[in-house]
Write a protein of this length. Sequence first.
Length: 258
Amino acid sequence: MENNFILREKKDSVGIITINRPEVRNALNKEAWYQLREAFAVFDADDEVRVIIVTGAGDKAFIAGADLNVLKVRTSVETFNGKNQQIVTDIEMTSKPTIAMVNGFCLGGGLEVAMACDIRIASDDSKFGQTELNVGFLPGCGGTQRLPRLVGLSKAKELIFTGKLISAQEAEKIGLVNQVVPKSELLAETLKMAESIAAKSSIILKIAKAVVNRGYESDLASGLQAELLGQSLAFSTDDRMEGINAFLEKREPKFTGK
């Protein structure tokens, strides 16, 4: 489905969202931001979709950041409203597993979108950067908060303060990227991981994601309590019994999401 700046398609149980502004390296203007949130919401509500992939059109960029022509006229009051930051948070709060398939430049707001996803897979020629300070402002969609959580405080400060670009290989080394693959294999490898995840119980995936996310932002005792509650909820599902029976009977499970 085409929705102006966003393409949506389904491959079996995998939903694919493509930012479709290749002429500006998929930079996000106001309409693209809102349509991106809508695309995630549509797939999150679609019971046929178990995993969501987001990528950029073409092979030059995932998202090269926000559209500077828009930021040039944005006021401080509009900025303080935090609408784009909330959109990225909404992406992070998507109940289903999400994968950023990074194909090229992943800069500024684009890196912030990628970091809001659960997993990041990059082509070997990709470049990453939290580049806002290069043009006189700060990351405003979670970059100052999510980047330290992923790569550590000192490295995050280095990347934010310098605004430099790093290779996919360095991004993988510091924990910003889960996997780097040859450019020609990016889609196939991303779909391979997505399909592996989609084969699991959809309800258990949602529980697992919620428990990991909530626990990570809390103390250990609270996280362990969340895990216990999540495990107890899992034991109330039909899929729990199906998974155990399938293993004991040496067959593939047939999960129903119930």
